[in-house]
Design a protein around this ligand. Structure first.
Ligand code: DGJ
Length: 538
């Protein structure tokens, strides 16, 4: 009562003196409407134009080499590991100094954070657990394979492991709550590429007992099957589904413990099975949220808002198939990791153009660490291209695009390997996106040769937003964009084509396009730009 009175008095004084009371920043959250999703940051849709640091960049000594790359890249979000071994080196004694350093430097660089909780699973293994976990297999049991041998993965049925991981994660989230009222941290990834290499499931006595029992009713119902034991219900797939259910349950409990402290959106990432021609679960990380068990994960892990594919196969067919699998009802599309190859950057347009909430290539720092891509020498900013060009293009307009996409008014496309045109249907207007046209000249001119394929990799991509009935915003690079009315017998004419930017203050024209720049389609050359296009018909 006394407190309330004091608060009222302070508020009254603030009002009377014109001083503003500092309101808490709104919590980041995922919202969904009519099949569209948005990550709300500061109460407005936000696109993660992100980058993930290398695994061993999670220390203050490495941060200068991370920020140099992030700043050059123009990323608005950094994905950075927070390892269990780092924050709880001795059981029950927490040290969050790494988190504090990371947060304060992120704010200086005006970059948001997605924290990656590397704990029970990191690429399927417990390599980031503290030593007191690694050295106590009795208390923290491993997965036992079908031959009775322990493998390099902890059992999802280890009750003490779950309790210890949950406790540490809850402590992390309580700390973030205390030190981050402005929500520099916008999302938290729980574990990393969960699953098990080397055994389809846990065959320990305790796991076998659970496996011989009845499959959970919720899961059986969700799949429209008849109740029974795991084997009876799921047949040959039972081992993998059992493992997926067990891991998803575990991850959900860890997420729930963290959310009880601070209710941020929580995500998981996926080590994919082949999205087109998958082989059996012995060939990938069994039990992780691969496309065949996404429904299992969704049923078992309601505290996980986003299941994001780590896409490392850069060819168009595999990339598109992976996106198709994870762009599902109830799952916002987010690519938390992708290879840092020249040809991968174009997929940002495809991911965001179909309603994705973010895109984040892996290993973009100057630490000298290499994974699937070569290390970037310190200061070699050109190696960050074309990701940097794309982020610099979109950053000033990010809020516009994120909001418009949430309203389902955005479509996008990325150059496919066969360079066949994409047709984007906006109802009464149809947009054809071509990848093989040069920046000038009608297609039937003898002297017009196709735009050569970039030897570094395909590089065309575009985002188009419907701004009004006959007005569109177009942004991208290395594409020719052609508008046509659907109405039979009608032809398109431009009323105006203006190049400029769409910042928080609205559209600002840089200059007007006409003549050679509009007579042969709208050619977004290698120099990425943004156009406001007004159309009519005759
Ligand atoms: C996927 C993992 O999630 C990352 O932490 C890292 O190990 C990359 N693979 C390396 O390509």
């Amino acid at each position: 009562m006394v407190h309330r009175l004091a608060a009222c008095l302070i508020a009254a004084v603030c009002l009377a003196t014109g001083a503003r009371a500092q309101l808490p920043a709104p919590l980041p959250r995922i919202v969904s409407h009519d099949g569209s999703h948005a990550l709300m940051v500061d109460d407005a849709p936000f696109w993660i134009l992100g980058a993930q640091a290398n695994n061993s960049s999670n220390s203050p000594a490495q941060l200068p080499m991370v920020w140099a790359a992030i700043d050059r890249l123009g990323a608005n979000t950094l994905e950075m590991p927070v390892a269990w071994e780092q924050v709880e080196p001795r059981e029950g004694q927490f040290d969050f100094s790494w988190v504090d350093t990371l947060l304060s430097q992120a704010r200086q660089h005006q970059v948001r954070l997605v924290l990656l909780w590397f704990a029970t699973w990191k690429n399927g293994s417990p390599h980031y657990t503290p030593e007191w976990v690694k050295t106590d297999p009795k208390r923290f049991p491993r997965v036992i394979d079908a031959k009775g041998q322990p493998v390099d993965s902890l059992s999802p049925l280890g009750a003490a492991t779950l309790a210890a991981d949950s406790k540490a994660f809850a402590a992390l989230m309580a700390h973030v709550k205390a030190v981050d009222p402005q929500h520099t941290v916008i999302m938290v990834q729980v574990e990393n590429e969960t699953g098990t290499w080397g055994s389809v499931r846990d065959y320990s006595a305790i796991a076998q007992k659970a496996f011989d029992g009845l499959a959970p009713t919720a899961l059986v119902k969700a799949r429209g099957l008849t109740p029974g034991t795991w084997r009876e219900v799921f047949g040959a797939d039972a081992d993998e589904i059992f493992h997926a259910w067990s891991i998803a349950h575990y991850v959900d409990a860890v997420a729930a413990a963290g959310q009880a402290q601070l209710d941020l959106p929580m995500s998981v990432n996926v080590s994919l099975r082949d999205p087109i021609a998958p082989k059996g679960p012995e060939t990938y990380e069994s039990g992780g949220p691969t496309d065949n068990v996404l429904d299992v994960w969704q049923a078992a892990a309601p505290h996980i808002a986003v299941i994001g594919p780590d896409i490392y196969q850069p060819d168009f067919a595999h990339y598109t198939a992976a996106i198709d699998h994870y762009d599902r009802p109830g799952n916002p599309l987010f690519v938390p990791e992708t290879s840092r190859s020249y040809a991968t950057a174009r997929y940002m347009f495809a991911v965001l153009g179909r309603g994705g909430i973010g895109f984040s290539p892996f290993g973009l720092d100057f630490t000298g660490d290499a994974t699937t891509a070569e290390a970037i020498p310190a200061g070699a900013g050109d190696k960050l291209e074309p990701f940097a060009a794309d982020y610099h293009l979109l950053s000033p307009m990010m809020r516009y695009w994120a909001r418009t996409a949430f309203e389902d008014r955005v479509k996008g496309a990325a150059e496919n390997d066969a360079r066949t045109p994409d047709v984007l249907d906006f109802g009464d207007w149809v947009v054809t996106v071509r990848y093989d046209r040069p920046a000038f000249g009608a297609s039937d001119w003898a002297q017009v040769k196709p735009r050569p394929v970039n030897p570094q990799g395909a590089d065309g991509g575009v985002l188009i937003a419907r701004q009004g009935p006959d007005e569109f915003i177009v942004t991208g690079r290395n594409v020719r964009v052609e508008f046509a009315p659907k109405a039979p017998g009608r032809h398109m004419q431009f009323l105006s084509v203006r190049e400029g930017t769409l910042g928080d203050q609205g559209w600002r024209t840089h200059h007007v396009w006409n003549g050679d720049q509009t007579d042969y389609g709208l050619n977004l050359s290698a120099v990425a730009r943004t156009l406001d296009v007004r159309l009519s018909t005759y």
